[in-house]
Ligand binder design. Structure first.
Ligand SMILES: Cc1cc2nc3c(=O)[nH]c(=O)nc-3n(C[C@H](O)[C@H](O)[C@H](O)COP(=O)(O)OP(=O)(O)OC[C@H]3O[C@@H](n4cnc5c(N)ncnc54)[C@H](O)[C@@H]3O)c2cc1C
Length: 469
């Protein structure tokens, strides 16, 4: 058994290549075969088939990588959408899931049992790609990286063997899986994840004009974040008003600052959200000031789906660092203009920064994630140049700054395109260990790995300012 297979001459090939890719801007890259594996045995057979053909393997779980990492020229693409597993051990608070399981599917199954998993914000992101790159899930600021919740995984290796990776067995494979993202050298066929007890949620939202009030809103938001109690997720978003306040005339960029507090206890939420609101710029200037509103996962997933409409996406990010006034200034350009009405910018606070555990290769983070999503309508490439130019303008400025100047310490793989911008995503030490393990587990490079690694040579995994030192 190998699963359902589409070769390039098959009439279903183009649908198999593209239908499961979220981003409507798809690369002109054509795998030689696409195999829909329905079981771990199918995956083993598909890996051995690829080796027999001398082709490299790529993998697709949820199809939500912005740069469509699953598509590589002449690869054998193993699509895991038909491999389905969702088993819950409520007593031990764990779930074992197949990689194409989405965060929403998992939380819908867990909710009635009083349990949850802090998976990705978008309802349809697959846990496969999400967990391998680290996973900036719900309340990552204090609950940590979602990959920290992996108890064990089953992996099909380059040798075509099904092995378990956990802290006790093949611990180096688990280390490499937690943070290497699309560079991982195996096919994960299941994850066993630690769960949390489900909690209620309450959110506060403030909306201001960006051009008039960016400086004071960003100052307040960045200064307030480190002191906000744990169990609160804190974000500042830059939208065009057409998206979130369509009645504003004339349309303009707006800043949406939101704190989402995860607790059952309304009084506790009020206390935390009062601390968050301390020093908030005058509410007379705000279009919206909504304090401590109850919310649910259903509403939050819907909000995320609305924030990420179907379109042609250009996405990049950076881990900013340095004094808060410098961080506010370096990221200002990402918020004040926005390339198209659909585009948006996101600051996701990780302050105060938690230390990372040392048993994962994920190794770059700062208190500030800045992501920029320039989005063009789905059916025309007429706006692609505008979207790309806006990205280039923002990142050329930021990448030239050192972390102590409000510049970038590197990127989070989740919102990256390494072909376009191959900046640092792993520490030097962890990259060296990762490469050793890759040689050990996949000596012939059966897995295609990072798109861009060969292309960028000595620029790979380096910040531009490191290259001028
Ligand atoms: C709308 C939207 C919202 C998002 N929100 C968040 C968010 O809140 N937090 C966050 O951290 N990220 C977020 N992301 C980024 C997303 O998590 C990553 O793009 C992730 O890679 C998507 O995983 P996937 O399985 O859906 O993607 P895929 O495109 O299927 O997988 C990406 C790559 O990961 C590797 N991979 C996937 N599965 C396996 C496997 N089973 N074994 C080995 N390698 C595998 C492969 O190299 C594959 O090509 C979002 C993306 C979108 C489009």
């Amino acid at each position: 058994m190998i699963g359902t297979q589409y070769s390039r001459s098959h009439k279903g090939y183009e649908g198999a290549r593209l239908d499961r890719i979220f981003n409507r801007r798809r690369p002109e890259k054509y795998p030689s075969d696409i195999i829909f594996a329905a079981s771990p045995d199918d995956v083993v057979s598909a890996v051995l088939y690829a080796k027999g053909k001398g082709a490299q393997v790529t993998i697709r779980s949820g199809g939500h990588s912005w740069a469509a990492w699953s598509l590589r020229q002449d690869s054998i693409l193993i699509d895991l959408s038909e491999l389905k597993r969702l088993e819950i051990d409520a007593e031990n608070m764990t779930a074992t899931v197949s990689p194409s399981t989405t965060g929403k599917m998992l939380n819908e199954a867990l909710g009635p049992l009083g349990l949850m998993f802090n998976g990705g914000h978008c309802p349809d992101v697959g846990v496969g790609g999400f967990l391998l790159q680290g996973g900036q899930g719900w309340c990552a600021r204090t609950w940590g990286w979602s990959a920290e919740q992996i108890e064990s995984m089953e992996v099909v290796t380059a040798a075509g063997e099904l092995v378990t990776a956990s802290r006790r067995e093949n611990a180096d494979l688990l280390w490499a899986a937690r943070g290497s993202g699309p560079g991982f050298f195996g096919v994960v066929v299941s994850f066993t994840l630690k769960l949390k007890k489900v909690v209620g949620m309450y959110g506060s939202t403030y909306i201001y004009d960006t051009v008039a009030h960016y400086d004071e809103v960003a100052k307040w938001y960045l200064e307030t974040c480190p002191g906000v109690p744990s169990d609160c997720e804190l974000v500042m978003l830059g939208f065009r008003s057409e998206r979130v306040m369509p009645h504003l005339n004339p349309p303009r960029p707006v800043l949406v600052v939101r704190a989402l507090c995860f607790t059952e206890d309304e009084a506790e939420a009020k206390e935390a959200l009062t601390i968050f609101a301390k020093g908030v710029p005058s509410l007379d200037k705000a279009h919206v000031a909504a304090f401590c509103q109850p919310s649910t996962f259903t509403e939050e997933y819907q909000r995320q789906a609305d924030d990420n409409p179907i379109g042609r996406y250009f996405v990049q990010n950076a881990w900013l660092d340095g004094p808060l006034d410098k961080v506010a200034q370096s990221m200002k350009a990402a918020f004040v203009d926005l390339a198209t009405p659909q585009s948006f910018a996101l600051h996701f606070s990780m302050a105060p920064l938690r230390a990372l555990p040392d048993d994962m290769c994920f190794s770059i983070q700062t208190p500030h994630t800045l992501s920029l999503y320039t989005i063009a309508p789905p059916d025309t490439d007429a706006f692609d140049a505008v979207c790309q130019a806006y990205q280039d303008k923002v990142w050329t400025h930021i990448d030239a700054l050192r972390p102590e100047q409000g510049g970038s310490a590197g990127i989070y793989l989740g919102d990256s395109d390494l072909v376009k911008r191959p900046v640092r995503f792993m520490s030097e030490q962890n990259w060296a260990r990762f490469c050793e393990l890759r040689t050990q587990w996949d000596p012939k490079r059966t897995f295609a790995g990072y798109d861009g690694e060969a292309l960028h040579g000595s620029r790979w995994n380096r910040n531009p300012w490191e290259l001028v030192d």
